[in-house]
Design a protein around this ligand. Structure first.
Ligand code: NAD
Length: 341
């Protein structure tokens, strides 16, 4: 039990999503009161299936609604905010850039502004950013002092949200910490067009996994298991007790770099399905080529390190989806052809 979280009054935006549901579950286990602004939910999600839907205080609405944010913070006397709500899938942001900018940028400054106006209540603000905020940097691994210069809509929205969050510290001393995450994976991610769930699903259906390939050669990504990601949020929460963490950004991933094909092959090995040949398809639009983050700062300042190896995380993930897809309704659903990385 984490005594610092007990009886905290926490707003988690995006609690019905993949990461938000694991984080909310942990916070509830620590006896925090968890409130969310619920824009949508999926009846098959971890959030609903694990009963979190009934344990979190759900306020139906959107983070685009500034007045609602202020009202929720006041009504529930929120002292801690974890801001995760976003258009989180790069492909969707590419198709619907206005929506991505509205939610990822305007939604973020709405959250920050409501926290600033009610800084008598809100003591800690944690923002979900991404390693994509760095854009296609030729310098690897990424360190936190690199500029945030994302180019395509998702990446640019994360660069902007990240900069705006830091400006709220620099200008108003809002106690903000920013997590820049590599690709998070684990059970409960219903964004089934993401690489790992889609690969598992296709293999279960005896279909070839899809590997997106840019013209210059394989994409590379850094990964983080969802249970390790929960710990990053708690490390940032704890860190914000110390003024030197205010306004700081931290990279979180395993600190490695794997090609998409390597990930697919590892899943094939775990599922014992090396007999199926992956299909390579050209990437439909430009995306960051190679990603690899340094987690030295998170280790030094927050004393955070990942506990799961890629192998361990993938094994647990495969087990989760095997059970999930054993439901006949889900197993017969359409498998997305275009996958994210
Ligand atoms: N999953 C990853 O690999 C990864 C990596 C780096 C950063 N991130 C960031 O972490 C956060 C969580 O990612 P995720 O994978 O859990 O995303 P997700 O897509 O599973 O969940 C997104 C959540 O945001 C909510 N939401 C969307 N629009 C909203 C609105 N207008 N108002 C209120 N809520 C709204 C959705 O209902 C959902 O609960 C996001 O900010 C994402 O950009 C994710």
């Amino acid at each position: 039990m984490n005594k610092h979280l007990r009886e905290r009054r926490v707003l988690v935006t995006g609690a019905s999503g993949f990461m938000g549901s694991w984080l909310s579950q942990y916070l509830l286990e620590q006896e925090a009161t968890v409130v969310t602004i619920l824009a949508d939910w999926n009846p098959n999600s971890y959030f609903v299936q694990n009963g979190l839907f009934h344990r979190v205080q759900n306020i139906i609405g959107s983070i685009e609604d500034y007045n609602l944010l202020e009202k929720v913070i006041c009504d529930y006397k929120i002292d801690t905010v974890f801001h995760l709500a976003a258009i989180s899938v790069e492909g969707l942001a590419f198709e619907k850039p206005r929506l991505a900018f509205e939610i990822n940028i305007r939604g973020t400054y709405n959250v920050l502004e409501a926290c600033r106006i009610h800084s008598d209540l809100v003591q800690r603000v944690i923002i979900a950013s991404s390693d994509k905020a760095y854009g296609d940097s030729p310098i690897l691994p990424y360190t936190e002092d690199l500029p945030t210069i994302g180019k395509n809509p998702y990446d640019a929205s994360k660069s902007c949200a990240d900069m705006i969050a830091r400006s709220y510290y620099h200008s108003y001393k809002l106690p903000v910490a920013i997590g820049r995450f590599g690709n998070i994976y684990g059970g409960g991610d219903l964004n089934l067009n993401r690489l790992i769930p889609n690969t598992i699903r296709r293999l279960l259906k005896n279909e070839s996994p899809i590997v997106k390939m840019p013209p210059q050669g394989s994409f590379k990504r850094d990964f983080l298991y969802v249970k390790d990601a929960v710990n990053t949020y708690i490390s940032m929460f704890e860190g914000l007790a110390h003024p030197e963490v205010h306004g700081e950004a931290f990279n979180f991933a395993m600190g490695g770099s794997w090609t998409v094909l390597e990930i697919v092959q590892k899943i094939q090995q775990i599922m014992n399905r090396q007999d199926i040949e992956p299909i390579l398809i050209p990437s439909p639009h430009s995306e960051i080529w190679h990603q690899h983050v340094s987690t030295q700062k998170a280790q030094n300042v927050l004393n955070w390190t990942p506990r799961y190896s890629l192998e361990e995380g993938l094994r647990e993930t495969v087990e989760w989806y095997l059970e999930f897809f054993s439901s006949p309704v889900l197993a017969n659903g359409k498998t997305p052809l275009i996958v994210g990385v």
